[in-house]
Design a protein around this ligand. Structure first.
Ligand code: NAD
Length: 505
């Protein structure tokens, strides 16, 4: 991988003062501004830690308001002064080349992602493939952006042009850092926008490797893609308040999303928010329990239970509630915990020590406040150096309880029961989140009827967590605003301009 500093001509002194001619080693995630790798660390360095064993994978410099502003300036200059914003064929070429480079580096990226994040290698490999698919999809969409023309009277034209919205800040979480970066970046780039990315502090190396695949794409103008690391909120605040940012594409928790929305309000920025979730799985009496159990176990443990769409509530119809509980209990007990790079393992570690302790604290409270069926714990022995927690299953009938209302973000599943369809829908809808849900029944009319009544951005029928670059995802209520994936993702990154032409005479 070529990560040499490029000595380029940068007009702005406020960018050039940060530039250093340096190699970026594999174990350092530098900032990337105007086509340069910059290891300036005004707030020191931090380490990226492998959650499977507590060992350091590398270091990253912590940015500042000044570095973030320099990155915004670089993006603004690229937007105003290069062909990027008005050349869809160039954008398409760049996205296809980026996708090809990601595919060629898939194995290395997946191993790094698995080591830095703790997700199973098979899931990390799937994540990189999904990111490749996103980049290719939007590489095609870039050449399919059309406006409209209407004749308003003899010779008079209303022209509706679609234009790139400008400079976009892309703020990324740690749980799927490659796909979620590309899920925002690819439609924004396809639209003609320029980017300033802020990786999550838990996964800076993965994001730097993905961003490095843009470096060296010869036809990509410098400054179209920029990135600044941090560990606190200084860079994130600049990226949500800076007057030269037009759109904020944020993926993360609902709590942070609300702060970003408040920051954005001061200068009326457009926000695209992909936020937290609390996905219910509704299992009707006539469902195939074997298949439902398989889907629930798989989709509650994906990314070690740390996926926004993970199944965290199971709603079972009264007559099968006990049978389903037994099946889930047996399946969760058999789950193999261990090193995420080991192909025989089914559950890896949580992202860090703080989250391991947080999840163990939830389990401890669940022991007193619910009917615990299977109690998760941190294994000892050879796994004690990692942030592991085994699966937890508990029964609860109080929909208002914090265990049902809160996003627990770990391998923890609650079991509730319902009598009929109306109660199932009412209980499923009873949280502030509305990201994703699934319904299990062979009766297609019931499945479709329930899907229409659920207040969730995605409803899967007899499956869970099937995501496609072509199919929009996003949240109702406190799970977000706007949609990513699919054609609707373009709405966040395009402006519509009305040009009226009055005929002569
Ligand atoms: P988080 O909200 O703590 O952080 C997300 C990003 O925001 C990180 O890069 C973080 O450094 C940054 N950030 C934190 N405070 C900020 C501030 N005040 N201003 C600007 N940026 C700030 O979330 P997380 O712990 O990284 O990720 C887990 C959360 O993300 C869960 O709630 C999960 O449901 C959600 N998520 C949602 C989706 C979705 O598609 N809806 C996908 C993945 C994760």
């Amino acid at each position: 991988m070529k990560l040499d500093m490029v000595n380029m001509d940068v007009e702005s002194t406020s960018i050039s003062r940060f530039i250093r001619k340096r190699i970026m080693p594999e174990s350092i995630a530098s900032h990337y501004i105007a086509g340069n790798w910059i290891a300036d660390a005004p707030n020191g360095f931090d380490e990226s830690i492998n959650p499977a064993n507590g060992q350091s994978l590398g270091r990253f410099p912590l940015g500042s308001d000044q570095l973030a502003s320099a990155a915004v300036l670089a993006a603004r200059q690229a937007f105003e002064q290069t062909a990027w914003a008005c050349d869809p064929n160039l954008r398409s070429r760049v996205l296809f080349e980026f996708a090809d480079r990601m595919e060629a580096n898939k194995e290395r990226l997946a191993r790094l992602l698995s080591s830095e994040n703790g997700k199973l290698l098979v899931q990390a490999t799937h994540e990189i493939s999904a990111a490749v698919s996103e980049a290719r999809y939007y590489g095609g969409v870039a050449r399919n952006i059309f406006g409209r023309v209407r004749e308003t009277g003899p010779g008079n034209m209303s022209i509706l042009a679609r234009e790139p919205a400008g400079v976009v800040s892309v703020i990324v979480p740690w749980n799927a850092p490659a796909t979620l970066l590309v899920r925002s970046a690819a439609p924004a780039l396809a639209a003609g926008c320029c980017l300033v990315i802020k990786p999550a502090p838990q996964t800076p190396l993965t994001n730097a490797r993905v961003i490095s695949l843009f470096d060296g794409i010869e036809c990509l103008p410098k400054g179209v893609v920029n990135s600044v690391n941090e560990c606190g909120i200084e860079v994130g605040s600049t990226l949500s308040t800076h007057p030269d940012i037009d759109v904020i594409s944020f993926t993360g928790s609902s709590e942070t999303g609300k702060k970003i929305m408040a920051n954005a309000a001061a200068s009326v920025k457009r926000v695209s928010l992909e936020l937290g979730g609390k996905a219910p799985a509704i299992v009707f009496g006539e469902a195939d329990l074997e298949k439902a159990t398989r889907e629930i176990v798989r989709a509650s443990l994906t990314l070690n239970g740390q996926m926004c769409t993970s199944i965290s509530r199971v709603l079972a119809q009264d007559e099968i509630a006990l049978a389903l509980e037994d099946r889930l209990n047996e399946a969760f007990k058999r789950v193999v915990l261990g090193d995420p790079l080991d192909p025989g393992v089914q559950l890896g570690p949580l992202i860090d020590r703080a989250n391991q302790e947080r999840v163990l604290g939830i389990i401890n409270r669940a022991r007193h406040e619910s009917e615990l069926i299977l109690e998760g714990s941190a294994p000892g022995g050879r796994l004690s150096g990692g942030c592991y927690v085994s699966p937890t299953l508990f029964r609860i009938d109080d929909t208002d309880h914090w265990l049902v209302q809160g996003e627990l973000f770990g391998p923890i599943v609650s079991l509730e029961s319902f009598e009929d369809e109306n109660e199932a829908v009412a209980k499923a809808n009873a949280t502030r989140f509305g990201l994703a849900a699934s319904v299990y029944t062979p009766h297609i009319n019931r499945a479709m009827g329930v899907a229409r009544r659920l207040k969730f951005g995605t409803v899967w029928l007899n499956s869970h967590n099937r995501l496609f670059a072509e199919a929009e995802t996003g949240g109702y209520r406190e799970s977000g605003i706007g949609r990513l994936h699919g054609l609707e993702a373009m709405h966040d990154f395009l402006e519509t301009k009305h040009i009226y032409l009055e005929a002569d005479g």
